[in-house]
Design a protein around this ligand. Structure first.
Ligand SMILES: [Zn+2]
Length: 385
C-alpha cells in the first residue's frame, strides 16, 4: 500500500497526482500523467504553500488541498487530538488541555473518524483477493444517548493478524430488567431505523469479507453462536460460501473457579475479538463501565471507533508487554513498520476515490441519525468534504 512517510504539508517538492475537485474527470486518476500548471504560492505564518491549476477543469488548488489539515485554522491540533482521543480523554478534557473550544474537538474527532474510515477502505482495496486467514466475528455492545437505545457493532478480526476488517452498526431493542417508570420512558422514545439489526449487520460484514476472499474461496468464520450469525450465513448469495464455526459462551462457575474445557476452547477461539473489545473499553472514555462520559450519536461513536481501529491496525504493536512491535497491518503486508499518528494522518483521503459500502457512505455523510436528538448535523461541506 502506497502511503507517504512525510506529511504532505512538509513536502518541499510536492506534485499532485490527480485533481482534488470531485467533479473533475481527473479526480479519479490512479495512473501517472496528471497534467497541471504551477499557479503561484501563498504564505502562511510558517511556510510557503504552492498553488496549482488543473488543465482539465481549469480550477485551482494548493498543496494544502491534499493535507488532512485542509481548511483548518489550527492544523497543529490534529495530531494531539487524535492521540488524546485514543488515550481515553473525553472531548472537554482535551479542550482544556489544548486550549481550544470543546466544539473544535468534536469537529476534529469527526474529521479524524472520516479519515480513518477511508484509510480502512483503502486498506481493504489492497487486501482484495488476499484474505486467507479465518475471521472471528462478534458485536461490541454500546448505546447512543441513553441505555434505552442500545446497539451492537460488528467487529470482524483476523484470527492470525488481529487486523480489524470493518465496523457495522446493529441497533436493537433494549433488553434486561427495567422498572415501570423506565419502561414508560422508553416507550416515549422515537423509533430508530434498525437496518436489519444483528442479522443485517452480520450479513453486510460477511459480504465485505467475501469480497476479500480469493475467487471461489470460502470464508472461515468463528462466532459466539448468536442465532443471527446462523441466519446471516443462510441469506441468498451467502449460503455455501461461509463455513461458520460456533463457540457459544458456556455456563461458567463462580468467580475464580477453573474454566471448563468448553470455556477454554471458546476463549481461545474468540481471543482476538475479546482482546479488541477489552482494548476499546480501556482506551475510549465513553466505552468504560461506570462513567459519566457517553456517546450521544451512533454516527459520532462510529467515527471515533474507526479512529481506534486505525490505531489498532497501523500503530499499535500486537503486544506492548512483550517487545512485539509488529502491527496487524504489517502482518498483512500493508505496511513495513509501525506507523505513528503523524504518518497515519500524513495525507488526506477523498471519499469519491474510495469504494464505500452504503452504510459507510451514510456514516461518512452523517446520514445515520439519532432521532431522539433535536438536531443532527449532516456532513455537507463543499470544500472539506
Ligand atoms: Zn480538475
Amino acid at each position: 500500500m502506497q502511503w507517504p512517510g512525510t506529511p504532505v504539508e512538509r513536502l518541499q517538492l510536492f506534485r499532485p497526482n490527480f485533481c482534488p475537485w470531485p467533479g473533475c474527470r481527473e479526480h479519479h486518476r490512479t495512473t501517472p500523467g496528471y497534467r497541471f500548471l504551477r499557479h503561484g504560492t501563498y504564505r502562511t505564518e510558517t511556510r510557503t504553500v504552492p498553488r496549482f491549476l488543473c488543465r482539465a477543469c481549469r480550477r485551482s488548488f494548493s498543496r494544502q488541498s491534499f493535507a488532512l489539515s485542509y481548511y483548518l485554522k489550527r492544523p497543529q491540533l490534529v495530531i494531539p487530538v487524535a492521540a488524546g482521543l485514543q488515550a481515553g480523554s473525553a472531548h472537554r478534557q482535551l479542550a482544556r488541555n489544548l486550549g481550544c473550544a470543546p466544539s473544535t474537538i468534536t469537529r476534529l474527532s469527526a474529521r479524524l473518524g472520516r479519515h480513518a474510515m477511508l484509510l480502512m477502505a483503502l486498506a481493504l482495496r489492497h487486501l482484495r483477493g488476499g484474505l486467507v486467514e479465518p475471521v472471528v466475528l462478534d458485536h461490541f455492545e454500546t448505546f447512543e444517548f441513553t441505555q434505552d437505545l442500545p446497539f451492537g457493532i460488528a467487529t470482524p478480526v483476523g484470527r492470525d493478524s488481529w487486523f480489524v476488517y470493518g465496523l457495522d452498526p446493529a441497533p436493537h431493542a433494549r433488553t434486561g430488567r427495567r422498572s415501570a417508570e423506565q419502561e414508560a420512558r422508553r416507550m416515549l422514545r422515537p423509533e430508530r431505523s434498525r437496518r436489519g439489526g444483528y442479522e443485517g449487520s452480520s450479513a453486510r460484514t460477511i459480504r465485505l469479507l467475501l469480497a476479500l476472499c480469493p475467487r471461489g474461496g470460502r470464508l472461515e468464520l468463528a462466532g459466539d453462536g448468536h442465532r443471527s450469525y446462523d441466519r446471516a450465513v443462510q441469506q441468498p448469495g451467502l449460503a455455501g460460501r461461509v463455513r461458520l464455526h460456533r463457540f457459544p459462551n458456556p455456563r461458567r462457575g463462580p468467580k475464580g473457579s477453573p474454566r471448563s474445557p468448553e470455556a477454554r476452547a471458546r476463549d481461545q477461539a474468540m481471543f482476538p475479538v475479546d482482546a479488541l473489545h477489552g482494548l476499546i473499553r480501556h482506551t475510549a472514555a465513553h466505552h468504560r463501565r461506570e462513567t459519566i462520559a457517553f456517546g450521544r450519536r451512533l454516527n459520532a461513536l462510529l467515527e471515533r471507533l474507526f479512529l481506534t481501529v486505525a490505531w489498532r491496525n497501523f500503530i499499535k504493536g500486537r503486544s506492548e508487554r512483550r517487545p512485539d512491535p509488529v502491527t496487524p497491518a504489517m502482518r498483512l503486508g500493508l505496511a513495513s513498520e509501525p506507523w505513528t499518528w503523524r504518518r497515519t494522518l500524513a495525507r488526506r483521503l477523498f471519499p469519491a476515490r474510495e469504494s464505500l459500502s452504503r452504510v459507510w457512505r451514510d456514516l461518512y455523510r452523517r446520514d445515520w441519525i439519532t432521532p431522539v436528538l433535536p438536531s443532527n448535523t449532516r456532513h455537507r461541506l463543499f470544500h472539506a468534504y
